[in-house]
Design a protein around this ligand. Structure first.
Ligand SMILES: Cc1ncc(COP(=O)(O)O)c(C=O)c1O
Length: 508
């Protein structure tokens, strides 16, 4: 019986063709053939690329059977590496239990992030390390910046990934732009608007809070009123895609309002970037930050930011010292700027390789196609969830495709953690819980980046339907899947009709 690597070569005709079909280096495929198996992380991709001729589960089973070679462990209590002094003192700090290499299980990630990571991104991340000032790396940094400009739809020259999660990008914007004593209008319609207020206060500013109900978008009228009342506020901030509720606010309108009062705006695009339209130049956004682990589907720990020239001048004009050494824009530009490359901090090189590859994938797919994919899968997921009797928290016109928040049926509220635990243990599926006042009241189902696929949508509907039915909810198993299938079929038919129309027009 042939192994999966040999079967791939048989299907595609040669190792070179396998490599081409997976956009991989030939050496990687050669390694699969030599070692007699395809690593588990490629399971889904193998199933997809072979159109199901090799099932993901076959790859997983085969890879699982090939245990990593283990060096025989020393017996407990025996010290192989006795120091010359024969001292045992350091061993008293050793962990009490024997710790082995960590092997995370295979999960389907459909929570609020992180998302699943494309195999190409994982492979790129495991390439050999190089120095952060290596000329090859420096060249890659320039490509990375231009790919980020594409993702953000901007020509801002200050566009780069800050080392650190989305929270660091948020802090980077506030600490550079807010001076002690500044008044900042902050819109809050969920958890992350609340964090913006914290950031303003910690930077020494005063936040004027514009509250909108959780689950609704930022109210443009309230925002306008606050700006009118506080004409001395030079800054404002809002969250474009509020992950805690699944609502999207009208970024273009809010920025337009702020600019009427000559106020600069900071926008949180952590959950929107790559999943739904973010158009920095067209919408005149002044400062924006995001995160690598949501719709960009990269490893967590990087936060792409972009400042307009006006913001760069605004920060440069500050007379006081920025209250963070690490996040000081002027110092960071010594490493990420257009002309200089000097040591600032040790950049997370392999994570940056990964972000480069994640953005190459978006470029290959096309940003608009990525937005459309999120919308398509959202429509199917929604059809299924509603067929199951679940109701969305957010009104249809404000729903984020990538973050779907549904009310937990009352009968399930006391057992909601059990539902999520069962999904995780029995189906390997992670969905998100509610935060703050919505804890125990909603589930958050994310379809972001590489996790945003029909197979995940169908798994989620089947698994959730099955768990809820088992726990006594009157869910008809199969109804949700049928509704999602029908939604996909309608979308396909519409797309085919549109394509035909274009063709007819071209030949007319
Ligand atoms: C809207 C929003 N802003 C900021 C953050 C903070 O990002 P991170 O968790 O990467 O620090 C998150 C995280 O989920 C978020 O959803």
């Amino acid at each position: 019986m042939k192994n999966c690597a040999e079967r791939l070569v048989e299907i595609f005709g040669s190792q070179a063709e396998v490599a081409r079909s997976f956009s991989l280096d030939r050496a990687v495929v050669n390694n699969w053939v030599k070692s007699g198996y395809v690593p588990a992380r490629w399971a889904m991709e193998v199933e997809r690329v072979t159109g199901g001729r090799i099932a993901a589960v076959e790859v997983l089973n085969e890879a699982g059977a090939k245990r990593p070679v283990r060096v025989k462990s020393r017996p407990d209590g025996k010290n192989l590496f006795r120091t010359t002094l024969g001292s045992e003192t350091m061993n008293s700090y050793a962990p009490a239990k024997r710790i082995q290499s960590f092997h995370p299980p295979q999960r389907t990630l459909m929570g609020p992030g992180p998302t699943e990571i494309h195999p190409r991104v994982l492979t790129t991340m495991s390439q050999p390390a190089i120095g952060y000032l290596d000329p090859v790396f420096v060249e890659m940094m320039e490509e990375l910046k231009s790919l980020l400009r594409y993702a953000y739809q901007t020509n801002n020259s200050l566009t780069f990934p800050v080392s650190g999660p989305g929270s660091v990008g948020m802090e980077y914007c506030f600490v550079n732009m807010v001076k002690p004593g500044d008044k900042v209008i902050v819109c809050r319609n969920g958890v992350f608007g609340g964090r913006m207020i914290e950031n303003v206060e910690r930077a020494g500013g005063t936040a004027v809070v514009v509250d909108s109900e959780w689950g609704t978008p930022v109210d443009p009228q309230k925002f306008d009123d606050a700006l009118k009342k506080n004409r001395d506020a030079r800054l404002a901030a809002f969250v474009h895609a509020e992950t805690s509720t699944g609502v999207q606010s009208d970024a273009k309108t809010l920025v337009e309002i702020a600019h009427k009062y000559d106020t600069l705006v900071i926008v949180d695009a952590v959950t929107s970037l790559g999943g739904s339209p973010v158009k920095v130049d067209e919408w005149n956004i002044d400062a924006i930050y995001s995160a690598s682990q949501k719709c960009l589907s990269c490893t967590p720990g990087l936060s792409p930011v972009s400042f307009s020239d006006r913001v760069v001048d605004y920060v440069k004009a500050r007379k006081d010292k920025i209250h963070s050494w690490f996040m000081d824009m002027n110092l960071l530009l010594g490493y990420w700027g257009a002309t200089t490359r000097t040591y600032h901090h040790t950049a997370p090189t392999n994570s940056l390789f990964a972000l480069h590859e994640a953005l190459v994938l978006i470029r290959e797919e096309g940003l608009e196609n990525a937005w459309a994919r999120h919308e398509r899968n959202h429509i199917a997921l929604k059809a299924g969830l509603e067929a199951m009797g679940l109701k969305f928290l957010v009104k249809e016109e404000y729903q984020l495709p990538q973050m779907n928040a549904v009310h937990i049926p009352e009968a399930m509220q006391s057992r909601e953690a059990e539902v999520r635990r069962t999904l995780l243990t029995e189906f390997g599926l992670e969905i998100g819980a509610g935060l703050g006042p919505l804890a125990g009241k909603i589930w958050r189902i994310g379809i972001m980046g590489y996790s945003c696929r029909p197979d995940n949508v169908m798994l989620c509907l089947s698994a959730l339907g099955s768990v809820l039915a088992d726990m006594g909810l009157p869910v008809h198993v199969g109804d949700a899947e049928a509704a999602a299938h029908s939604a996909y079929a309608q979308l396909h038919a519409k797309a085919a009709a549109q394509k035909q129309k274009h063709k007819d027009r071209a030949t007319a």
